[in-house]
Design a protein around this ligand. Structure first.
Ligand code: MG
Ligand code: MG
Length: 265
């Protein structure tokens, strides 16, 4: 069942998405070698609650954290832990916030310190693939056009592995609504995109193999070959000529300029 949103609902989702991105920027500002995911997660939860939001992931399906924190070979759904980050890590922070009963969802992969150029390129391509997917989220296209654009760029042109097991999603009163939004697909296939469909687009791109496994913690997804993986996510609303991005990575990207531990992607 697909729920198309009213303009009022779109505005409420936008508010939640902005809080998500401010939280990601705040959490990212704390990143440095020696700090732990658990410390960042506690601060992020405090930040969201101080600003009148509810952490959308905490307790969702039993997930223990406010953020999903996935480091290096971890793809998504990493549980914040007491392990210290180190120079050269890539760290995906994924955040959900509920405000006024509506969910927002966005993610960003940060480069801490001296990250290998090969891995920096993976981050840049994954981020670019997200925007290529968003470019297809317009009235009259189909869901497969989004996945095709992402896959064509990241997999066919750049030779990376796109994760098949996890996909983007509709979003609204529920964190995960219909439709599924795969990061792979065929042009002209899948449901027709109509105005006011709100979806989270979130390519997960691996340096080498597309294959992933789940850790014994029941949550963390990592690459089978333990090579790095990147993840960027926006929540967008389908419009007539161009998708409107409801989340806003500029809060994050401005912050990165001020945290000298982080490398600009
Ligand atoms: Mg997310
Ligand atoms: Mg999502």
């Amino acid at each position: 069942m697909i729920y198309y949103k009213t303009e009022e609902e779109v505005e409420l989702i936008r508010e939640s998405c902005l809080m998500v991105c401010k939280t990601l920027a705040y959490a990212g500002s704390l990143l440095k070698p020696g700090i732990t995911g658990a410390e960042i997660d506690a601060k992020a939860e405090e930040f969201i609650r101080d600003n009148g939001g509810i952490p959308g992931f905490k307790g969702y399906g039993g997930f223990p954290g406010t953020l999903c924190i996935s480091v290096n070979e971890q793809v998504v759904h990493g549980i914040p832990s007491d392990k210290e980050f180190k120079d050269g890590d890539i760290i995906s922070l994924d955040c959900g916030v509920i405000m006024n009963d509506y969910n927002g969802d966005a993610a960003y992969t940060f480069a801490l310190g001296d990250v290998k150029e090969e891995t920096m390129k993976l981050l840049r391509v994954t981020k670019e693939s997200l925007y290529r997917g968003i470019g297809q989220a317009v009235k009259g296209r189909r869901i497969g056009d989004i996945g095709y654009a992402i896959q064509d760029f990241a997999e066919k042109q750049e030779g990376y592995g796109i994760v098949r097991e996890l996909v983007g999603h509709g979003i609204g009163k529920a964190l995960h609504e219909d439709p599924e939004v795969p990061n792979f697909g065929r042009r002209g296939r899948g449901i027709l995109l109509k105005e006011n469909l709100v979806i989270a687009i979130e390519p997960m791109v691996n340096l080498k193999t597309k294959q992933v496994v789940q850790e014994n913690d029941g949550w963390t997804i990592r690459t089978k070959d333990r090579q790095p993986s990147a993840h960027y996510e926006h929540t967008v609303v389908v419009r007539k000529n161009q998708a409107e991005i409801l989340s806003d990575h500029s809060f994050i990207e401005e912050m990165i300029k001020t945290n000298k531990e982080l490398k600009q992607v």
